[in-house]
Design a protein around this ligand. Structure first.
Ligand code: URP
Ligand code: ZN
Ligand code: ZN
Length: 473
């Protein structure tokens, strides 16, 4: 299939210019003004629209078992929601549920491969470490899995000790992987949770009160010090606290190879939301915090301390007893109601993979807070670079995959659950007035979203074998 996208405003992380894009097959063939239209080509008029690389969301949890239920988007519904929101590549986390690691990788492929509707990659969680696991890590690189996630929280479940994290960092460095860290203080959380429950504090707001920000702050500095010791690159996931940005900034000033991401929920919501009657809707780990934290995270995105805006998409129904209609079928999946009597039983995580691009465009670009180029950098180019997919993903250049988002900046949307395609019964941005709309989305040259129409297909998303770590930003 040949496509010419005509007269759009091309947006990259560095440039803005008027041009046509010629797509042949799965790739961009040429970019220029007044390109000749090959016979039989589909012509798309992009006048007054922005044409940019499809979004890259490097933090999703589809079909993730948790607290006796499962995150409510699988690798089809989550991908479809991503596509409707302008995202064409996602990276999901493999749980280390069994030994060997290869069995975990195979299990994630079995869940994802036939459902994938956008391109995708995997990170590997390392939540148990022994010599066998260490010996398997180089084999991940050969399969295109070039990042590992470790945890300083979730004691007796996912957490590694500091010496184990140091070992992971050394092995990762040796074989070209990037280590991601979930930074909170697991010991303190367990103690505060036990105290809260003993005092019958069971409401959702206690989720935040038992996961203090300073625990996240010290865990960022602790992780950065392990990166210093191992000289290994490190990436802080789901940054949520002002002090974390300060610690990341300090580490980077010292020349350490440390980077980080934040997610929209940490820019817009706070403990006040957790204190609402429907506070369970906002439960995620780490928790949403305060206005001061939001402000510092925004500054971190603006000044380059934070490199990526991802989502940590991990949705659950608010009321999993009540079905919703999804593609014409009634679906109900147990969700946040599981913790009605006890905040520790509320599944952790929020929807967002389909919301990220438009919500951020509307609040950051349409308001003049960041430039359109910075938007592309944070949502597509930087994540593609950091996670070994650039320039195939995250760029508009000849030879790159034709993953293209056409965004109409002149539309206004009354946003909410009815608009988003995430398979859950609520939306964090319900009733928000957004400026900008996803007009069209191409995945490797194929039009998969055309306004409200879905042309994507389960199984058409490709697994991306990512390159070893190279781009320190
Ligand atoms: O609440 C969240 N974020 N659930 C997903 C797991 C994680 O730690 O990212
Ligand atoms: Zn995490
Ligand atoms: Zn996560």
């Amino acid at each position: 299939m040949t496509v010419v996208i005509q007269s759009g405003t091309i947006l990259t992380a560095s440039d803005t210019y008027q041009a046509d894009i010629l797509v042949e097959g799965e790739q961009i063939k040429a970019i220029g003004t007044d390109l000749a239209i090959p016979a039989g080509a589909q012509v798309i008029n992009a006048v007054d629209k922005y044409v940019m690389p499809g979004g890259v969301d490097v933090h999703t949890h589809f079909d993730l078992p948790m607290f006796g239920t499962v995150s409510s988007d699988d690798h089809y519904t989550g991908h479809k929601a991503a596509a409707f929101g302008g995202t064409t590549t996602v990276i999901d986390f493999i749980s280390q549920d069994f030994a060997p690691l290869q069995a975990c990788v195979d299990a994630w492929h079995a869940k994802a491969d036939l459902k994938a509707a956008v391109d995708f990659g995997f990170h590997m969680n390392i939540s148990r470490l022994d010599e066998q696991v260490e010996a398997e890590i180089p084999g991940l690189v050969a399969q295109g899995i070039t990042s590992l996630k470790v945890f300083t929280a979730y004691n007796n479940r996912l957490r590694l000790r500091d010496d184990q994290i140091l070992r992971v960092l050394r092995t990762a460095k040796k074989y070209g992987l990037l280590t991601l860290v979930h930074a909170e203080n697991g010991d303190v959380i367990d103690m505060l949770v036990a105290e809260a429950l003993a005092q019958h504090h069971v409401e959702p707001v206690w989720h935040a009160r038992t996961r203090p920000a300073w625990g996240a702050v010290e865990a960022v500095l602790r992780s950065a010090s392990l990166a210093a010791e191992s000289e290994a690159p490190l990436y802080i996931v789901h940054m949520n606290a002002a002090g974390e940005v300060d610690m990341l900034s300090y580490a980077r000033e010292q020349g350490l190879p440390v980077m980080g991401e934040t997610c929209p929920q940490y820019l817009f919501f706070s403990e006040d939301n957790l204190a609402q009657p429907d506070g369970a809707k906002f439960i995620c780990s780490p928790p949403v915090r305060s206005g001061t934290d939001q402000q510092r995270l925004w500054e971190g995105l603006e000044d380059g301390t934070i490199q990526v805006l991802s989502t940590d998409h991990c949705p659950f129904f608010y009321d999993g007893a009540k079905p919703i209609l999804y593609e014409g079928k009634a679906v109900a999946i147990p969700g946040k109601e599981l913790g009605k009597e006890d905040f520790t039983k509320i599944p952790n995580g929020l929807p967002g993979v389909g919301d990220r691009m438009l919500v951020f465009w509307s609040t950051a670009v349409a308001t003049g807070r960041i430039t359109p180029n910075k938007f592309v950098e944070l949502t597509s180019t930087n994540p593609a670079k950091i996670f070994g997919m650039y320039p195939r993903k995250g760029s508009l250049t000849p030879g790159a995959d034709a993953d293209i988002l056409i965004l109409d900046p002149n539309q206004h949307i009354h946003y909410g659950v009815a608009h988003s395609h995430q398979r859950t019964d609520y939306n964090l941005y319900e009733g928000w007035q957004l400026t900008g709309a996803v007009d069209k989305v191409f995945l490797r040259g194929k039009l998969i979203v055309d306004g409200k129409e879905w042309h994507g297909q389960a199984g058409s998303g490709k697994f991306i074998r990512r390159k070893p770590f190279e781009h320190l930003i």
